[in-house]
Design a protein around this ligand. Structure first.
Ligand SMILES: Cc1cc2nc3c(=O)[nH]c(=O)nc-3n(C[C@H](O)[C@H](O)[C@H](O)COP(=O)(O)OP(=O)(O)OC[C@H]3O[C@@H](n4cnc5c(N)ncnc54)[C@H](O)[C@@H]3O)c2cc1C
Length: 467
Protein backbone atom coordinates (compact mmCIF):
# COMPACT_ATOMS: atom_id res chain seq x y z
CA UNK A 1 0.00 0.00 0.00
CA UNK A 2 1.54 3.36 -0.97
CA UNK A 3 1.45 6.45 1.17
CA UNK A 4 -1.16 8.12 -1.02
CA UNK A 5 -3.53 5.22 -0.31
CA UNK A 6 -3.25 5.59 3.41
CA UNK A 7 -6.20 7.12 5.10
CA UNK A 8 -5.02 9.17 8.02
CA UNK A 9 -6.89 9.50 11.27
CA UNK A 10 -6.68 13.17 11.96
CA UNK A 11 -9.00 13.57 14.90
CA UNK A 12 -7.17 16.12 17.05
CA UNK A 13 -3.88 15.41 15.27
CA UNK A 14 -1.92 18.03 13.39
CA UNK A 15 0.61 16.13 11.37
CA UNK A 16 1.51 16.61 7.77
CA UNK A 17 1.59 13.44 5.63
CA UNK A 18 5.24 14.23 4.92
CA UNK A 19 6.01 13.40 8.51
CA UNK A 20 4.58 9.91 8.18
CA UNK A 21 7.53 7.61 8.18
CA UNK A 22 7.78 4.50 6.10
CA UNK A 23 10.51 2.10 7.06
CA UNK A 24 12.25 0.30 4.22
CA UNK A 25 9.31 0.69 1.91
CA UNK A 26 6.85 -1.05 4.21
CA UNK A 27 3.69 0.96 4.62
CA UNK A 28 2.88 0.40 8.27
CA UNK A 29 -0.66 -0.66 8.90
CA UNK A 30 -0.17 -1.19 12.62
CA UNK A 31 1.92 1.16 14.68
CA UNK A 32 2.70 0.11 18.20
CA UNK A 33 4.57 2.18 20.75
CA UNK A 34 6.41 0.59 23.64
CA UNK A 35 7.37 2.88 26.51
CA UNK A 36 10.54 1.64 28.24
CA UNK A 37 13.52 -0.24 26.80
CA UNK A 38 13.93 -2.79 29.59
CA UNK A 39 13.38 -6.56 29.36
CA UNK A 40 9.56 -6.27 29.22
CA UNK A 41 9.76 -3.78 26.35
CA UNK A 42 12.26 -5.76 24.31
CA UNK A 43 10.58 -9.14 24.81
CA UNK A 44 7.19 -7.69 23.88
CA UNK A 45 8.73 -6.07 20.78
CA UNK A 46 10.32 -9.39 19.79
CA UNK A 47 6.97 -11.19 19.79
CA UNK A 48 5.08 -8.37 18.08
CA UNK A 49 7.59 -8.14 15.24
CA UNK A 50 7.45 -11.90 14.76
CA UNK A 51 3.66 -12.26 14.89
CA UNK A 52 2.58 -9.13 13.04
CA UNK A 53 4.40 -8.92 9.73
CA UNK A 54 2.88 -5.52 8.96
CA UNK A 55 3.57 -3.75 12.23
CA UNK A 56 6.14 -1.14 13.12
CA UNK A 57 7.29 -0.96 16.72
CA UNK A 58 8.66 2.26 18.21
CA UNK A 59 10.42 2.06 21.56
CA UNK A 60 10.46 5.26 23.58
CA UNK A 61 13.05 5.27 26.40
CA UNK A 62 13.64 7.90 29.06
CA UNK A 63 17.42 7.47 29.12
CA UNK A 64 19.74 7.75 26.13
CA UNK A 65 20.84 4.15 26.85
CA UNK A 66 18.67 1.00 26.71
CA UNK A 67 18.22 -2.18 28.80
CA UNK A 68 16.70 -0.83 32.06
CA UNK A 69 17.59 -2.88 35.11
CA UNK A 70 19.78 -5.22 33.10
CA UNK A 71 22.23 -2.31 32.93
CA UNK A 72 21.31 -0.48 36.14
CA UNK A 73 20.09 -3.27 38.48
CA UNK A 74 21.75 -6.64 37.78
CA UNK A 75 24.92 -6.92 39.83
CA UNK A 76 28.17 -6.12 37.97
CA UNK A 77 29.65 -9.47 39.03
CA UNK A 78 26.81 -11.32 37.24
CA UNK A 79 27.86 -10.62 33.63
CA UNK A 80 26.27 -13.84 32.42
CA UNK A 81 22.82 -12.46 33.34
CA UNK A 82 23.51 -9.49 31.08
CA UNK A 83 23.84 -11.76 28.03
CA UNK A 84 20.14 -11.11 27.35
CA UNK A 85 21.39 -7.83 25.91
CA UNK A 86 22.45 -9.79 22.80
CA UNK A 87 18.86 -10.90 22.19
CA UNK A 88 17.57 -7.37 22.85
CA UNK A 89 20.11 -5.99 20.39
CA UNK A 90 18.90 -8.35 17.66
CA UNK A 91 15.34 -7.17 18.29
CA UNK A 92 16.41 -3.52 18.27
CA UNK A 93 18.14 -3.99 14.93
CA UNK A 94 15.02 -5.41 13.31
CA UNK A 95 14.18 -3.18 10.32
CA UNK A 96 10.68 -2.53 11.65
CA UNK A 97 11.80 -1.26 15.06
CA UNK A 98 12.83 2.30 15.86
CA UNK A 99 14.52 3.31 19.11
CA UNK A 100 13.89 6.78 20.53
CA UNK A 101 16.27 7.22 23.49
CA UNK A 102 16.20 10.30 25.71
CA UNK A 103 12.41 10.60 25.40
CA UNK A 104 10.51 10.45 28.66
CA UNK A 105 6.81 9.72 28.89
CA UNK A 106 5.20 12.41 31.02
CA UNK A 107 7.92 14.97 30.28
CA UNK A 108 8.83 14.91 26.58
CA UNK A 109 5.65 13.26 25.36
CA UNK A 110 2.25 12.65 26.90
CA UNK A 111 0.27 9.45 26.90
CA UNK A 112 -2.52 11.28 25.08
CA UNK A 113 -0.17 12.19 22.26
CA UNK A 114 1.19 8.66 21.98
CA UNK A 115 -2.31 7.20 21.89
CA UNK A 116 -3.24 9.56 19.06
CA UNK A 117 -0.15 8.59 17.12
CA UNK A 118 -0.26 4.80 17.56
CA UNK A 119 -2.82 2.02 17.25
CA UNK A 120 -1.62 0.53 20.52
CA UNK A 121 0.59 1.73 23.36
CA UNK A 122 2.33 -0.70 25.69
CA UNK A 123 3.66 0.74 28.94
CA UNK A 124 6.75 -1.03 30.29
CA UNK A 125 8.50 1.73 32.20
CA UNK A 126 9.32 -0.38 35.23
CA UNK A 127 9.67 0.64 38.86
CA UNK A 128 11.89 3.54 39.84
CA UNK A 129 10.86 4.19 43.46
CA UNK A 130 11.23 2.17 46.63
CA UNK A 131 9.02 1.10 49.48
CA UNK A 132 9.73 2.71 52.82
CA UNK A 133 9.87 1.32 56.34
CA UNK A 134 7.76 4.24 57.57
CA UNK A 135 9.86 4.71 60.69
CA UNK A 136 10.92 7.94 62.30
CA UNK A 137 14.47 9.03 61.34
CA UNK A 138 14.20 7.12 58.07
CA UNK A 139 15.20 10.26 56.17
CA UNK A 140 18.45 10.68 58.09
CA UNK A 141 21.69 10.47 56.17
CA UNK A 142 22.79 6.98 57.19
CA UNK A 143 19.57 5.36 55.93
CA UNK A 144 19.46 4.80 52.18
CA UNK A 145 17.53 2.50 49.94
CA UNK A 146 19.18 -0.52 48.37
CA UNK A 147 17.70 0.77 45.10
CA UNK A 148 19.79 3.93 45.32
CA UNK A 149 22.88 2.00 46.40
CA UNK A 150 22.47 -0.40 43.44
CA UNK A 151 21.94 2.57 41.10
CA UNK A 152 25.12 4.14 42.54
CA UNK A 153 27.46 1.22 41.89
CA UNK A 154 25.81 0.58 38.51
CA UNK A 155 26.14 4.17 37.24
CA UNK A 156 22.50 5.25 36.86
CA UNK A 157 22.61 8.94 35.89
CA UNK A 158 21.75 10.99 38.95
CA UNK A 159 22.92 8.38 41.48
CA UNK A 160 26.63 9.21 41.26
CA UNK A 161 26.53 11.68 44.14
CA UNK A 162 24.97 9.30 46.67
CA UNK A 163 28.21 9.12 48.70
CA UNK A 164 27.19 6.22 50.95
CA UNK A 165 29.05 6.46 54.24
CA UNK A 166 31.23 3.35 54.34
CA UNK A 167 33.34 4.55 57.27
CA UNK A 168 31.50 2.46 59.87
CA UNK A 169 32.01 -1.20 60.77
CA UNK A 170 28.39 -2.35 60.70
CA UNK A 171 25.90 -2.26 57.85
CA UNK A 172 22.34 -3.44 58.41
CA UNK A 173 20.34 -4.45 55.36
CA UNK A 174 16.62 -4.65 56.02
CA UNK A 175 15.15 -7.31 53.74
CA UNK A 176 16.35 -10.68 52.56
CA UNK A 177 15.61 -10.82 48.85
CA UNK A 178 18.21 -11.27 46.13
CA UNK A 179 18.67 -7.50 45.81
CA UNK A 180 19.63 -7.41 49.50
CA UNK A 181 22.11 -10.24 48.94
CA UNK A 182 23.55 -8.49 45.85
CA UNK A 183 24.19 -5.43 48.00
CA UNK A 184 25.77 -7.50 50.79
CA UNK A 185 28.04 -9.20 48.24
CA UNK A 186 29.11 -5.87 46.75
CA UNK A 187 30.02 -4.65 50.25
CA UNK A 188 31.93 -7.78 51.22
CA UNK A 189 33.57 -8.88 47.95
CA UNK A 190 37.31 -8.50 47.55
CA UNK A 191 37.96 -5.41 45.52
CA UNK A 192 40.01 -7.27 42.92
CA UNK A 193 36.93 -9.33 42.02
CA UNK A 194 34.97 -6.13 41.36
CA UNK A 195 37.71 -4.33 39.46
CA UNK A 196 37.18 -6.63 36.46
CA UNK A 197 33.43 -5.89 36.33
CA UNK A 198 31.61 -2.83 35.03
CA UNK A 199 31.22 -1.39 38.54
CA UNK A 200 31.62 2.36 38.13
CA UNK A 201 35.07 3.74 38.89
CA UNK A 202 33.83 6.12 41.61
CA UNK A 203 32.12 3.19 43.41
CA UNK A 204 35.30 1.10 43.23
CA UNK A 205 37.23 4.00 44.67
CA UNK A 206 34.73 4.40 47.55
CA UNK A 207 34.65 0.63 48.19
CA UNK A 208 38.45 0.56 48.31
CA UNK A 209 38.28 2.90 51.32
CA UNK A 210 35.39 1.02 52.96
CA UNK A 211 35.71 0.17 56.66
CA UNK A 212 32.69 -2.16 56.57
CA UNK A 213 33.36 -5.46 58.33
CA UNK A 214 29.96 -6.85 59.22
CA UNK A 215 26.81 -6.98 57.13
CA UNK A 216 23.59 -7.93 58.94
CA UNK A 217 20.87 -9.21 56.62
CA UNK A 218 17.65 -8.96 58.58
CA UNK A 219 14.23 -10.48 57.79
CA UNK A 220 10.88 -10.53 59.56
CA UNK A 221 10.25 -14.19 58.97
CA UNK A 222 12.19 -17.43 59.43
CA UNK A 223 14.69 -19.43 57.39
CA UNK A 224 11.85 -21.36 55.73
CA UNK A 225 10.51 -18.12 54.28
CA UNK A 226 13.88 -16.65 53.23
CA UNK A 227 13.44 -14.71 49.99
CA UNK A 228 16.97 -15.14 48.60
CA UNK A 229 17.68 -18.06 46.30
CA UNK A 230 20.27 -20.81 46.48
CA UNK A 231 22.60 -19.42 43.80
CA UNK A 232 22.91 -16.11 45.62
CA UNK A 233 23.48 -17.84 48.98
CA UNK A 234 26.15 -20.13 47.50
CA UNK A 235 28.01 -17.09 46.21
CA UNK A 236 27.97 -15.55 49.68
CA UNK A 237 29.24 -18.76 51.26
CA UNK A 238 32.12 -18.87 48.78
CA UNK A 239 33.28 -15.28 49.25
CA UNK A 240 36.93 -15.32 50.28
CA UNK A 241 37.73 -13.81 53.67
CA UNK A 242 34.04 -13.70 54.66
CA UNK A 243 32.55 -15.82 57.45
CA UNK A 244 28.81 -16.45 57.28
CA UNK A 245 27.38 -16.70 60.78
CA UNK A 246 23.84 -18.00 61.34
CA UNK A 247 21.97 -17.88 64.63
CA UNK A 248 21.24 -21.37 65.92
CA UNK A 249 17.97 -20.27 67.58
CA UNK A 250 16.56 -19.10 64.24
CA UNK A 251 16.68 -22.70 63.02
CA UNK A 252 14.89 -24.31 65.92
CA UNK A 253 12.53 -26.98 64.54
CA UNK A 254 13.63 -26.41 60.95
CA UNK A 255 15.52 -29.74 60.71
CA UNK A 256 12.37 -31.77 61.16
CA UNK A 257 10.50 -29.93 58.40
CA UNK A 258 13.08 -30.22 55.64
CA UNK A 259 11.82 -33.48 54.16
CA UNK A 260 8.34 -32.04 53.60
CA UNK A 261 9.55 -29.02 51.63
CA UNK A 262 9.22 -28.51 47.87
CA UNK A 263 12.48 -28.99 45.99
CA UNK A 264 13.93 -25.46 45.58
CA UNK A 265 13.01 -24.52 49.16
CA UNK A 266 14.33 -27.88 50.40
CA UNK A 267 17.71 -27.40 48.73
CA UNK A 268 18.03 -23.85 50.03
CA UNK A 269 17.16 -24.93 53.57
CA UNK A 270 19.59 -27.85 53.42
CA UNK A 271 22.35 -25.47 52.36
CA UNK A 272 21.60 -23.10 55.25
CA UNK A 273 21.58 -26.01 57.73
CA UNK A 274 24.85 -27.35 56.32
CA UNK A 275 26.47 -23.95 56.62
CA UNK A 276 25.10 -23.57 60.16
CA UNK A 277 26.62 -26.92 61.16
CA UNK A 278 29.97 -26.02 59.65
CA UNK A 279 30.26 -22.52 61.07
CA UNK A 280 31.88 -23.61 64.34
CA UNK A 281 34.65 -25.12 62.27
CA UNK A 282 35.23 -22.01 60.13
CA UNK A 283 38.70 -20.61 60.56
CA UNK A 284 37.59 -17.01 61.27
CA UNK A 285 40.95 -15.64 60.27
CA UNK A 286 41.88 -12.33 61.83
CA UNK A 287 40.55 -9.39 59.89
CA UNK A 288 37.96 -11.46 58.08
CA UNK A 289 34.56 -9.93 57.37
CA UNK A 290 31.23 -11.32 58.47
CA UNK A 291 27.94 -11.95 56.73
CA UNK A 292 25.22 -12.23 59.36
CA UNK A 293 21.76 -13.37 58.24
CA UNK A 294 19.26 -12.72 61.04
CA UNK A 295 15.70 -14.04 60.95
CA UNK A 296 12.51 -13.20 62.90
CA UNK A 297 13.21 -9.53 63.46
CA UNK A 298 10.90 -6.68 62.33
CA UNK A 299 12.16 -3.09 62.04
CA UNK A 300 10.96 -0.98 64.96
CA UNK A 301 13.11 2.14 65.32
CA UNK A 302 16.13 3.89 63.88
CA UNK A 303 18.47 5.43 66.44
CA UNK A 304 21.88 7.00 66.19
CA UNK A 305 24.30 4.26 65.15
CA UNK A 306 21.87 1.43 65.73
CA UNK A 307 18.62 -0.08 64.64
CA UNK A 308 15.98 -1.58 66.89
CA UNK A 309 13.96 -4.63 65.90
CA UNK A 310 10.95 -6.39 67.38
CA UNK A 311 11.52 -10.07 67.89
CA UNK A 312 8.79 -11.80 65.88
CA UNK A 313 7.17 -15.19 65.92
CA UNK A 314 5.49 -16.91 63.05
CA UNK A 315 1.74 -17.44 62.93
CA UNK A 316 1.00 -19.49 59.84
CA UNK A 317 3.39 -17.77 57.44
CA UNK A 318 3.07 -14.30 58.99
CA UNK A 319 5.54 -12.59 61.29
CA UNK A 320 3.91 -11.21 64.42
CA UNK A 321 5.85 -8.82 66.66
CA UNK A 322 6.34 -9.81 70.30
CA UNK A 323 7.20 -7.43 73.16
CA UNK A 324 10.86 -8.40 72.97
CA UNK A 325 13.30 -6.25 71.08
CA UNK A 326 16.89 -6.40 69.88
CA UNK A 327 19.29 -3.63 68.91
CA UNK A 328 21.85 -4.03 66.19
CA UNK A 329 24.82 -1.74 65.68
CA UNK A 330 24.14 -0.04 62.35
CA UNK A 331 26.46 2.62 61.01
CA UNK A 332 24.73 2.42 57.66
CA UNK A 333 21.19 1.13 57.08
CA UNK A 334 20.11 -0.10 53.66
CA UNK A 335 16.40 -0.56 53.15
CA UNK A 336 15.76 -3.40 50.71
CA UNK A 337 12.05 -4.09 50.98
CA UNK A 338 11.03 -3.67 47.37
CA UNK A 339 10.76 -1.34 44.43
CA UNK A 340 7.63 0.62 43.48
CA UNK A 341 6.45 2.12 40.19
CA UNK A 342 5.38 5.71 39.81
CA UNK A 343 2.62 7.40 37.84
CA UNK A 344 4.42 9.45 35.19
CA UNK A 345 1.36 10.77 33.33
CA UNK A 346 -1.97 11.86 34.77
CA UNK A 347 -3.85 9.87 32.09
CA UNK A 348 -2.52 6.58 33.49
CA UNK A 349 -5.00 4.69 35.67
CA UNK A 350 -2.49 4.09 38.42
CA UNK A 351 -3.02 2.02 41.54
CA UNK A 352 -1.13 4.13 44.08
CA UNK A 353 -1.63 1.67 46.90
CA UNK A 354 -0.06 -1.24 45.03
CA UNK A 355 2.33 0.92 43.02
CA UNK A 356 1.36 -0.38 39.58
CA UNK A 357 -1.00 0.27 36.68
CA UNK A 358 -4.56 -1.08 37.03
CA UNK A 359 -4.81 -3.93 34.54
CA UNK A 360 -6.21 -7.32 33.85
CA UNK A 361 -3.59 -9.61 32.32
CA UNK A 362 -1.82 -6.64 30.75
CA UNK A 363 -4.92 -4.87 29.38
CA UNK A 364 -5.11 -1.52 31.16
CA UNK A 365 -8.40 -0.82 32.91
CA UNK A 366 -10.33 2.43 32.46
CA UNK A 367 -11.99 2.08 35.82
CA UNK A 368 -12.30 -0.92 38.09
CA UNK A 369 -13.61 -3.28 35.41
CA UNK A 370 -13.72 -1.79 31.91
CA UNK A 371 -10.78 -2.31 29.60
CA UNK A 372 -9.26 0.75 27.89
CA UNK A 373 -8.81 -0.60 24.33
CA UNK A 374 -5.38 0.01 22.83
CA UNK A 375 -3.53 0.52 26.11
CA UNK A 376 -1.44 -2.25 27.65
CA UNK A 377 1.09 -2.74 30.42
CA UNK A 378 3.82 -5.34 30.98
CA UNK A 379 6.82 -5.99 33.20
CA UNK A 380 7.21 -4.67 36.73
CA UNK A 381 4.89 -1.74 35.99
CA UNK A 382 2.02 -4.18 35.47
CA UNK A 383 2.85 -7.04 37.81
CA UNK A 384 4.54 -5.18 40.63
CA UNK A 385 8.28 -5.39 41.23
CA UNK A 386 8.76 -9.10 41.54
CA UNK A 387 10.28 -11.72 39.35
CA UNK A 388 13.47 -12.25 37.43
CA UNK A 389 14.11 -11.55 33.77
CA UNK A 390 12.64 -14.92 32.78
CA UNK A 391 9.37 -14.14 34.59
CA UNK A 392 9.29 -10.71 32.98
CA UNK A 393 9.85 -12.37 29.60
CA UNK A 394 6.88 -14.75 29.94
CA UNK A 395 4.62 -11.94 31.11
CA UNK A 396 5.70 -9.62 28.27
CA UNK A 397 5.19 -12.37 25.66
CA UNK A 398 1.67 -12.97 27.03
CA UNK A 399 0.75 -9.27 26.87
CA UNK A 400 2.20 -8.94 23.34
CA UNK A 401 0.11 -11.96 22.34
CA UNK A 402 -2.99 -10.18 23.76
CA UNK A 403 -2.21 -7.18 21.52
CA UNK A 404 -2.04 -9.51 18.50
CA UNK A 405 -5.31 -11.18 19.54
CA UNK A 406 -7.04 -7.81 20.00
CA UNK A 407 -5.89 -6.68 16.55
CA UNK A 408 -7.10 -9.94 15.00
CA UNK A 409 -10.45 -9.58 16.76
CA UNK A 410 -10.76 -5.94 15.60
CA UNK A 411 -10.89 -4.72 19.16
CA UNK A 412 -8.43 -2.07 17.99
CA UNK A 413 -9.26 0.06 15.00
CA UNK A 414 -6.28 -0.30 12.70
CA UNK A 415 -8.07 0.77 9.53
CA UNK A 416 -6.44 4.19 9.35
CA UNK A 417 -2.76 5.01 9.38
CA UNK A 418 -1.06 6.59 12.36
CA UNK A 419 1.98 8.84 12.13
CA UNK A 420 4.10 7.56 15.00
CA UNK A 421 6.30 9.67 17.27
CA UNK A 422 7.34 13.04 15.91
CA UNK A 423 11.00 13.35 16.87
CA UNK A 424 11.57 16.58 14.95
CA UNK A 425 13.42 19.23 16.97
CA UNK A 426 14.10 16.77 19.81
CA UNK A 427 17.44 15.47 21.09
CA UNK A 428 16.67 11.84 20.38
CA UNK A 429 19.25 9.06 20.62
CA UNK A 430 18.72 6.52 17.85
CA UNK A 431 19.99 2.94 17.98
CA UNK A 432 23.07 4.05 16.04
CA UNK A 433 23.60 6.68 18.71
CA UNK A 434 23.45 3.99 21.39
CA UNK A 435 25.98 1.92 19.42
CA UNK A 436 28.39 4.85 19.53
CA UNK A 437 27.95 5.07 23.31
CA UNK A 438 28.38 1.31 23.59
CA UNK A 439 31.61 1.37 21.61
CA UNK A 440 32.96 4.31 23.59
CA UNK A 441 32.20 2.59 26.91
CA UNK A 442 33.69 -0.73 25.79
CA UNK A 443 36.91 0.95 24.69
CA UNK A 444 37.15 2.96 27.91
CA UNK A 445 36.64 -0.29 29.86
CA UNK A 446 39.23 -2.25 27.87
CA UNK A 447 41.97 0.11 28.99
CA UNK A 448 41.19 -0.86 32.60
CA UNK A 449 40.49 -4.58 32.09
CA UNK A 450 36.74 -4.04 32.54
CA UNK A 451 33.94 -5.02 30.13
CA UNK A 452 32.96 -1.36 29.96
CA UNK A 453 33.32 1.92 31.79
CA UNK A 454 29.83 3.35 31.84
CA UNK A 455 29.19 6.95 30.99
CA UNK A 456 27.20 8.38 33.86
CA UNK A 457 26.38 11.89 32.71
CA UNK A 458 23.41 12.24 30.36
CA UNK A 459 25.07 15.25 28.67
CA UNK A 460 28.15 13.16 27.92
CA UNK A 461 25.99 10.29 26.62
CA UNK A 462 24.28 12.71 24.24
CA UNK A 463 27.61 14.12 23.13
CA UNK A 464 29.07 10.68 22.42
CA UNK A 465 25.86 9.64 20.64
CA UNK A 466 26.31 12.68 18.41
CA UNK A 467 23.05 14.33 19.43
C1 LIG B 1 18.94 -4.82 41.87
C2 LIG B 1 18.30 -5.82 40.94
C3 LIG B 1 19.01 -6.93 40.54
C4 LIG B 1 18.43 -7.87 39.69
N1 LIG B 1 19.16 -8.95 39.32
C5 LIG B 1 18.60 -9.88 38.51
C6 LIG B 1 19.34 -11.02 38.12
O1 LIG B 1 20.51 -11.20 38.51
N2 LIG B 1 18.73 -11.93 37.29
C7 LIG B 1 17.45 -11.74 36.84
O2 LIG B 1 16.95 -12.58 36.08
N3 LIG B 1 16.72 -10.67 37.21
C8 LIG B 1 17.26 -9.74 38.03
N4 LIG B 1 16.52 -8.64 38.40
C9 LIG B 1 15.13 -8.50 37.91
C10 LIG B 1 15.05 -7.84 36.51
O3 LIG B 1 15.92 -6.74 36.48
C11 LIG B 1 13.61 -7.45 36.22
O4 LIG B 1 12.83 -8.64 36.16
C12 LIG B 1 13.42 -6.71 34.90
O5 LIG B 1 14.41 -5.74 34.69
C13 LIG B 1 12.06 -6.00 34.84
O6 LIG B 1 11.93 -5.48 33.54
P1 LIG B 1 11.01 -4.23 33.16
O7 LIG B 1 11.16 -4.07 31.69
O8 LIG B 1 9.66 -4.39 33.73
O9 LIG B 1 11.63 -2.96 33.92
P2 LIG B 1 13.07 -2.17 33.79
O10 LIG B 1 14.14 -3.15 33.60
O11 LIG B 1 13.07 -1.30 34.96
O12 LIG B 1 12.88 -1.32 32.45
C14 LIG B 1 12.08 -0.16 32.43
C15 LIG B 1 12.64 0.83 31.40
O13 LIG B 1 11.73 1.94 31.29
C16 LIG B 1 12.47 3.17 31.28
N5 LIG B 1 11.62 4.26 31.75
C17 LIG B 1 11.35 4.61 33.03
N6 LIG B 1 10.53 5.68 33.07
C18 LIG B 1 10.27 6.02 31.78
C19 LIG B 1 9.51 7.05 31.17
N7 LIG B 1 8.84 7.94 31.91
N8 LIG B 1 9.49 7.12 29.83
C20 LIG B 1 10.17 6.23 29.05
N9 LIG B 1 10.91 5.22 29.60
C21 LIG B 1 10.95 5.11 30.93
C22 LIG B 1 13.64 2.88 32.21
O14 LIG B 1 14.70 3.80 31.99
C23 LIG B 1 13.98 1.43 31.83
O15 LIG B 1 14.89 1.40 30.75
C24 LIG B 1 17.09 -7.69 39.24
C25 LIG B 1 16.37 -6.57 39.67
C26 LIG B 1 16.96 -5.64 40.50
C27 LIG B 1 16.17 -4.44 40.96
Amino acid sequence: MGLNLLSICRRGLHTSPARLQVIQGVAPTKRICIVGAGPAGFYAAQLLLKQLSDCVVDVVEKLPVPFGLVRFGVAPDHPEVKNVINTFTKTAEHPRLRYFGNVSLGTDVSLKELRERYHAVLLTYGADQDRELELENEQQGNVISARKFVAWYNGLPGAENLNPDLNGRDVTIVGQGNVAVDVARMLLSPLDALRVTDTTEYALEALSRSQVERVHLVGRRGPLQAAFTIKELREMLKLPNVDTRWRTDDFSGVDSLVEKLQRPRKRLTELMLKSLKEQGRASGAAGSKQFLPIFLRAPKAINLGEMEFSVTKLQEDYAVATDNTERLPSDLILRSIGYKSSCVDSDINFDTRRGRVHNTEGRVLKDTEKIDPGLYVAGWLGTGPTGVILTTMSGAFAVAKSICDDIAANVLDTSCAKPGYDAADKRVVTWDGWKRIDQFESEAGKAKGKPREKIVSIQEMLKVAGV
